[in-house]
Design a binder for this molecule. Sequence first.
Ligand code: 809
Length: 560
Amino acid sequence: MDDWDNSDEFIQRLDFSSCGEESEDRSVNEEDALSLSPPRSCEFQKWQGSSPLSASPQRKLGEIFLDKTKAWMSPTLQSSPAVSKSWGNVETPLHITWQKLQLCDTPHTPKSLLSKTAFPSSGTKVPPKSFRHLRLTPGADLDDSTQASLVNINPFTPESYRQMLFLPNGKRKTRDELRNPPLRSQIKQELPTNRYPLKESNMVSRYKKEFLELEEIGVGEFGSVYKCIKRLDGCVYAIKRSKRPLAGSSDEQLALREVYAHAVLGHHPHVVRYYSAWAEDDHMIIQNEHCNGGSLQDALMENAKLGQYFSEAELKEILLQVSMGLKYIHNSGLVHLDIKPSNIFICHKLAVASPAEQEESDSEDETSSGVVYKIGDLGHVTSITNPQVEEGDRRFLANEILQEQYCYLPKADIFALALTVALAAGTAPLPHNGAMWHHIRKGNIPPIPQKLPHCFLELLKLMIHPDPVERPSATALTKHPVLCPSRGKAVQLQKQLNVEKCKTAMLERELKAARLAQTLMKDQLLGSAKLQESETSSKQRNKHLVGGKSCRSFSFTLGY
Ligand code: 809
């Protein structure tokens, strides 16, 4: 954490004035500012004052300054229990465009503003508790009633539906009233009417207001990626700022795809976590988890400089962890289509906790090596069933994708992953085209300058098989005995246990049968003995009867 040694000076540079003292709940702050998050079913609940989403650790600001070692890290690296922000299979609103979202280019976001519009009839200006701390920066000097009137009316909100279905007195509208809706002006009476002006001068950059830029960590055609600290929660994030694509262009759809994919995917330890996205000025911005170990590509370049390669154990770890991330993406009905070293990010678990604390930690990110590999950059993600394929890097591209055959899309990710691992193993840079490109597509792993077990090389070879059907699925890889030998041992032991259980069951059955036979035999013997006895006694009785003096009666049963 050397960046932060001079923390006193740094703390002065942090401006918390816009954060609101009560705002410990990041979920409120983040959700409140314009999010491109797709609508969720809990939205209405949120307007009513309870925020069911708390996607991140809630740390008191004081705590952040007190704990110098733990501060300034990605929220996912902290030991606070992360609450999954899984949004399930949310239907993404494909029709919404960046241009339309310009409506939200302001700290007065639909949700915060609706929090005001949703309670007009309560007769009080006090917003619900979870919104009370939110300050509306541009209009900060306006009184509450003026602020409340600076809203756009979203026709799709439950409040709009309420107005459509109910009269102001709360009664349900009749069919006639529904068929002949009142003039728009009448609807407006209930909701504040002024549209929030969208002039540039009124826009305060959310990026600048909420984040402090620490350094540029990547730059490319797409724009730039910055390591930033969020003023409110003191955590570090990776933020991509890219040029806003032309409204209605295919680039715009591509840009939105990344956000849709993140939103649908939710949270997985081997997929870079997404926090928020918004548009401002000419930029679109995406705020993601910051991975403190850089990208796998950075690590490969460092290795190349030192003449080193990843070891067999490390290669297996990369393959296993990325397969887990892919399994999650594929099982969500999506494919990545741009797997390569520069899109795999590395998180090193920080050694801030004592060994005892580390032992106690029940983090899902825990791995034997303490290194977590995560799939990032979802810019090429598409649906498996309804694909819109934007070819990824040609060096990692499976031949069938080039041939526009999209029947086995997940297997294209497997192909790219094998070449990614080969690079990590020390393979020379991959060709963009030419003879070597085709040689690899025929199922040949390029030469690897280190001794690796035959079974591991065979697995990599299978992963680049020319026939995608032959390549293992991500799920199969996560269970593969080469990657999880302990799992292989466990499976073997389980099989042995099952055989023993079968034997025991059979012996128990035999024992039961023997016992039953024994009982039957006993009973039979007893039965015939009693029969004999009864016959003898009946003969004797007859004798007595003949004698004519017996007053005793006998009864007997056979014992059945
Ligand atoms: O850590 C990162 N998370 C990202 O989403 C991301 C990250 C990085 C890093 C790691 C630095 O230790 C370097 N670069 C160039 C990154 C890019 C991204 C990224 C990629 C982002 Cl923020 C959005 C889209 C694609």
